[in-house]
Structures are given as C-alpha cells and as structure tokens.
Design a protein around this ligand. Structure first.
Ligand SMILES: Nc1ncnc2c1ncn2[C@@H]1O[C@H](COP(=O)(O)OP(=O)(O)OP(=O)(O)O)[C@@H](O)[C@H]1O
Length: 214
C-alpha cells in the first residue's frame, strides 16, 4: 500500500493553517508529524481520516484494491472516544463491530497493551493513561494497515511508551504504515518527519519531508 499527499492545504474557519504539504508513504514506513500548538497536526490527521475536507490538494491511496482509504485506516484520535459506562472490553467489542475486518478479540487486544486485568472495569473508572491504552487497543481488534495516531503517547508512563514503540515497530515490520502527530519522540528510528510549521502561511513552504526522526 502507498498513500500520497499532494499540495494539501487546510483552512479552519477563516484561517489558513498550512498549504503546499506533500508526502508519500509506503508499506513499512512511518511519518512523524510535529509542529507548534495549533499548527494543524490534528487537522491533518482528521483530513487523512476523511473527517475534514482539504482546502486544496489531494490524498491518494494505491494498493488497496476496491477498498476506500477510510476502510483501511485505524484512527486513534486526540480524544479516546470511549463510552464511560461500558467496560473496557465492551468498548473494544463495539469498536471491533464498527471497524470490521476482525483481528484480535477485545481481551487479547487489552492484553497486548498490558490491561488484561481492567477488561471488566467501566471506562469511566480508568485513569487517563489506562483510557489511552484502551483506545490504542483498538489498533488490534481490526486488520487495518494505515494507523493514524494523534498524540499517541499522551498520558502514557515510560513503560507504556516503550510498549507502544514496540507495537508500532511490529506493525511496520508487518508492512503497516503509521502517521503520528506528536510533541514527544516516539522511538521510531528511520521514520520520516514532517514539520507542519514549515508549511504555515508566510513560511516559504517547500513541501519537503525530512529524513530520520530527531
Ligand atoms: N472546528 C473548527 N473550527 C475552527 N477552527 C478550528 C476548528 N477545529 C480546530 N480549529 C483551530 O484550528 C487550529 C489547529 O488545530 P489543531 O487541533 O489541528 O492543531 P494541533 O497542531 O493539533 O495543535 P495541538 O498541538 O495543540 O494539539 C487551532 O487554532 C484550532 O483552534
């Protein structure tokens, strides 16, 4: 699979956030998106997830057969999107039914993020870091090659961040793709990087994607 973005621009309300943004990502590759608060990282992720229309440019996917980009994408947003009254397991069962292409069971997915013992607790009882791990467990309940992650390490302790780095490396080794917006290093050596600030109005946007993750 390959995702190609050409000349993308984003407008929110009256404000142009970024323009002339281009990159291409193939199976096994990751792109780490950085930029100041409000630069438009979450907006870019929302565009790639099909939740926000670009002001200009296009997003193309190759190698996905008859599927749409949305159907091969697993998006873990800035907000966890969990139902507080449902248990961790029930939240993941709901996500599994919504996403289709079933992979692991909810309990297996929770074990993968080190939360097996929290399966029967309502999501509303979980700590911020635990809720984030339940959200990340959604990545395992469905076979979807493109992972779009918005601040994936937010609220995670050091051990959980290291576990997430391992999970992401495994996904890339299996031919997956990852696009992650973050303020923190993700431990993805060799990832491409994209600084959205370089595409802000008046910055002389070059459209270039840089080399390895800093
Ligand atoms: N629905 C909306 N209507 C108008 N403006 C919006 C809307 N949603 C977001 N914005 C604005 O767009 C800008 C970019 O927001 P976005 O969340 O994409 O930034 P970000 O780079 O992810 O920031 P952060 O690092 O703080 O998470 C912000 O100024 C925000 O207020």
């Amino acid at each position: 699979m390959r995702i190609s973005v050409e000349g993308l621009a984003c407008r929110r309300g009256e404000r142009l956030l970024f323009s002339n943004l281009s990159f291409s990502l193939a199976s096994g590759e990751a792109l780490v998106v950085t930029g100041r608060n409000g630069a438009g990282k979450s907006s870019l992720i929302a565009m790639l997830a099909g939740r926000l229309a670009p002001a200009a440019g296009e997003i193309r996917a190759e190698g996905i057969g008859e599927a749409t980009l949305a159907e091969v994408t697993n998006h873990v947003g800035h907000k966890e999107g969990l139902k507080a009254a449902l248990t961790a397991e029930e939240n993941l069962a709901f996500a599994r039914a919504m996403l289709g292409r079933p992979r692991m069971s909810p309990r297996e997915a929770l074990a993968r993020v080190g939360l097996a013992r929290a399966a029967d607790l309502p999501a509303g009882y979980l700590s911020a870091g635990q809720r984030r791990r339940v959200a990340l467990a959604r990545l395992f309940v469905s076979h979807r090659p493109l992972w779009l992650l918005d601040e994936p390490t937010s609220a995670l302790d050091a051990a959980s961040q290291a576990r997430l780095a391992g999970i992401m490396r495994e996904h890339l080794a299996e031919g997956g793709l990852i696009i992650a917006a973050t303020h923190a290093p993700l431990g993805l050596e060799g990832a491409k990087t994209l600084d959205i600030d370089a595409h802000a109005p008046g910055s002389g946007a070059s459209g270039a994607v840089q080399g390895d993750e800093a």
